[in-house]
Design a protein around this ligand. Structure first.
Ligand code: NAD
Length: 331
């Protein structure tokens, strides 16, 4: 099958090409993201392969279908950027990568947590400048602290297990509680308990209309003063302006983000020679107790390899008329 790969970076080319070696699909890589301006590039491609910040809204999907596309293959887990109802109306199949190394994201969340807690980003800069003073670098023991895991699915469970290993009390919140989370030795929070007790809050639920801005002025006001917030899930879970106010007042003790609501205009490219015009983002970066990584939590060899193999496998299933094991259906 002919596959148009959008937002293609060098590692996408390398790993997709390797995964495709025996499948023999025809891959065409486009650096540009998929959106209403670039969708014409996909004309004549039966499959398009997209990533987290490509825009597959109703307008783009309509253009894809008109150009002969039949399959949209997301090389990621979240699918908040695809209008699933429009896809269903147009008869487009949509697949994603349901499972790929939950360790990649959970371990990155832990790395961010400890970086912001132990001020590793500041220490790194100081010691390179021969400044070995410790003032301002004090952190907290994680042992004995309460960690709230919002979304106790695959990644949330791996994160919870690591936190239990640190000796934390791990409390969860999930719309659909699971036995797997309880079996780890964690427990689900009582109403109000997360706000009252959590020293650390880590977000691992998908972005849906229900979870949009789940962290907002109200939930931040009810959080324990000085709590640390980690978001490796989706930027839209957090109301960034409310978070900035909470950082300014000290209500939030630190913030580590791998995702940002307006990241589509920023992440996955080198903007070091340009002026960033997003004032909210720039304000965030000005805090000493904020760390931002550019949506790299998934970025391990194991994860990318599995993502690309699963994506090629889905296209092969579609080409062979087989059931699609990773199909997403409109709710
Ligand atoms: P998952 O489906 O295994 O787990 C998600 C959990 O969230 C489920 O237990 C689900 O019941 C729960 N949930 C759904 N709606 C909820 C709600 N309204 N309130 C609370 N919980 C709710 O998914 P996963 O593999 O663990 O991935 C979680 C998220 O991580 C993805 O949706 C994606 O946004 C994000 N992610 C980020 C990266 C990255 O590189 N930063 C990579 C992969 C995934």
């Amino acid at each position: 099958m002919k596959i148009a790969v959008f937002s293609a970076k060098r590692y996408d080319r390398d790993f997709l090409t390797a995964a495709n070696a025996s499948a023999g699909h025809q891959l065409c890589f486009f650096d540009t993201p998929l959106d209403r301006d670039s969708v014409a590039l996909a004309a004549g491609y039966e499959a398009v392969c997209i990533f987290v910040n490509d825009r597959a809204d109703a307008e783009v999907l309509t253009a894809l279908a008109a150009g002969g596309t039949k399959l949209v293959a997301l090389r990621c887990t979240g699918f908040n950027n695809v209008d699933m109802n429009a896809a269903a109306d147009l008869g487009l199949k949509v697949v994603r990568v349901v499972t790929y190394s939950p360790y990649s994201v959970a371990e990155h969340a832990v790395a961010l947590l400890q970086a912001i807690n132990r001020k590793i980003h500041r220490a790194y800069n100081r010691t390179r400048d021969s400044n070995f003073a410790l003032d301002g670098l004090m952190g907290i023991d994680l042992h004995g602290k309460t960690v709230a895991v919002i979304g106790t699915g695959k990644i949330g469970c791996v994160f919870a297990k690591i936190m239990l290993g640190f000796g934390c009390d791990v409390i969860g919140y999930d719309k659909y509680p699971s036995q797997a989370f309880l079996d780890l030795g964690a427990r689900y929070a009582e109403p109000g308990e997360i706000g009252a007790k959590a020293d650390i809050i880590s977000l691992h639920c998908p972005l849906t209309p229900e979870t949009h801005h789940i962290i907002n002025a109200d939930t931040l006001a009810r959080a324990k003063r000085g709590a640390l917030l980690i978001n490796t899930s989706r930027g839209g879970l957090v109301d960034t302006e409310a978070v900035i106010e909470a950082l300014k007042s000290g209500q939030l003790g630190g913030l580590a983000l791998d995702v940002y609501e307006q990241e589509a205009d920023l992440f996955f490219r080198d903007l070091s020679s340009t002026i960033i015009t997003d004032d909210v983002f720039q304000r965030l970066l000005s805090f000493p107790n904020v760390i931002v990584t550019g949506h790299q939590a998934f970025f391990t060899e194991e994860a990318i390899s599995t993502i690309c193999e699963t994506t090629i496998n889905s296209v092969t299933q579609f080409a062979n008329g087989q059931p699609l094991s990773d199909e997403i259906k409109a709710a």
